[in-house]
Ligand binder design. Structure first.
Ligand code: MG
Length: 170
């Protein structure tokens, strides 16, 4: 039952594994990206060189990118200042609202769009509630707060199960 809402379609170690070749083979033309712990740590205000490179490669291959973050306006606009992608802050994932806006901004059909994130209960759940695909990556560096540790402890057995399920990459 829960699987319907939190089971990702693909699991990878890193956003770096989400290549144009992979996206083409999966018929994904647009990515709705989480920022924190998916692309950079909470401490990185701006994209790293590696993220910039990855982003450029996607764009060169005709992949649309939008950012949908639960973090605040300042965080998202500073991160996006060099990229100028459609970006949405305070998104309240697992709410679908910002995902819908991102899809509209990119002008790509939902069937060819996927969410890329690090959390089952926000990123993946938002995607699944909207009926689109979700790619999950290993979080780069977790916050140490109790709430976060509890959230991760809930995710861990599910992720282990999904990783062992055939048909999921990573
Ligand atoms: Mg995140």
């Amino acid at each position: 039952m829960l699987d319907r809402y939190v089971k990702p379609d693909f699991i990878f170690n890193s956003y770096r594994d989400v290549t144009p070749d992979f996206l083409k083979s999966a018929q994904i033309d647009a990515l709705i990206c989480d920022i924190d712990n998916t692309l950079v740590t909470y401490d990185d205000a701006e994209p790293t060189e590696e993220v910039l490179c990855w982003y450029e490669k996607l764009k060169q291959n005709g992949i649309q990118v939008a950012f949908v973050s639960n973090n605040n306006r300042q965080r998202v606009s500073l991160f996006n200042s060099k990229l100028n992608a459609p970006a949405f802050h305070n998104s309240r994932k697992p709410s679908r609202y910002a995902l819908r806006r991102a899809i509209a901004a990119m002008g790509i059909s939902p069937e060819r769009t996927a969410v890329l994130g690090d959390q089952l209960f926000t990123d993946v759940m938002a995607a699944k509630r909207l009926g689109i695909r979700a790619i999950v990556v290993t979080p780069i560096k977790d916050k140490k707060s109790l709430l976060f540790r509890i959230k991760r402890a809930c995710e861990r057995p599910l992720l282990r199960k999904y990783k062992n399920t055939s048909g999921i990459n990573g």
